[in-house]
Design a binder for this molecule. Structure first.
Ligand code: GTP
Ligand code: MG
Length: 137
């Protein structure tokens, strides 16, 4: 069955929302396969965000992801990739739909980066690639 990489970004961890986020994903019906709290390195983030290299928000994004610990999880279930993206809501937390993780817990804090609490793989290829990056062991 399908797997996806979910990250609770440093804002979500710092605001003690890890349990609330994981509970929503589990309540939707997906199965937690792996879970760990990690301090990402620049090297790891350069791999994870390689598609965004050169974009104006790239450096602030990497700095944000280095600003504190991240929780990395693998969830499993039929269509979990699109299912989690739907639960997370759209990228901008200000306008993400209420009822989604970003819409309910996120807002614009006036910084250069969108602090939007979570990441979820956006395709089967990215899920496979990202799971290898975050769960090398
Ligand atoms: P992820 O699940 O984190 O990958 O979010 P996404 O797929 O909704 O967004 P995308 O992959 O396009 O961008 C990755 C991250 O970069 C986003 O989650 C934001 O934190 C940040 N980001 C994306 N687009 C912008 C932008 O236009 N401006 C700013 N400031 N940040 C952005
Ligand atoms: Mg993305």
């Amino acid at each position: 069955t399908e797997r996806t990489l979910v990250l609770i970004k440093p804002d979500g961890v710092a605001r003690n929302l890890t349990g609330a986020v994981l509970a929503r994903v589990e309540a939707k019906g997906y199965t937690l396969v792996e879970l760990k709290k990690v301090n990402a390195t620049r090297e790891l983030l350069e791999q994870h965000y390689e598609e965004h290299v050169g974009k104006p928000f790239y450096e602030p994004l990497v700095e944000f992801m280095l600003s504190g610990p991240v929780v990395a999880a693998i969830f499993e279930g039929h269509r979990v990739i699109e299912g989690f993206r739907s639960l997370a809501g759209t990228t901008d937390p200000t306008t993400a739909a209420p009822g989604t993780i970003r819409g309910d817990f996120g807002r614009d804090w006036g910084l250069k980066v969108q602090q939007n609490l979570v990441h979820g793989s956006d395709s089967a290829d990215s899920a496979e690639r990202e799971i290898k990056i975050w769960f090398q062991d």
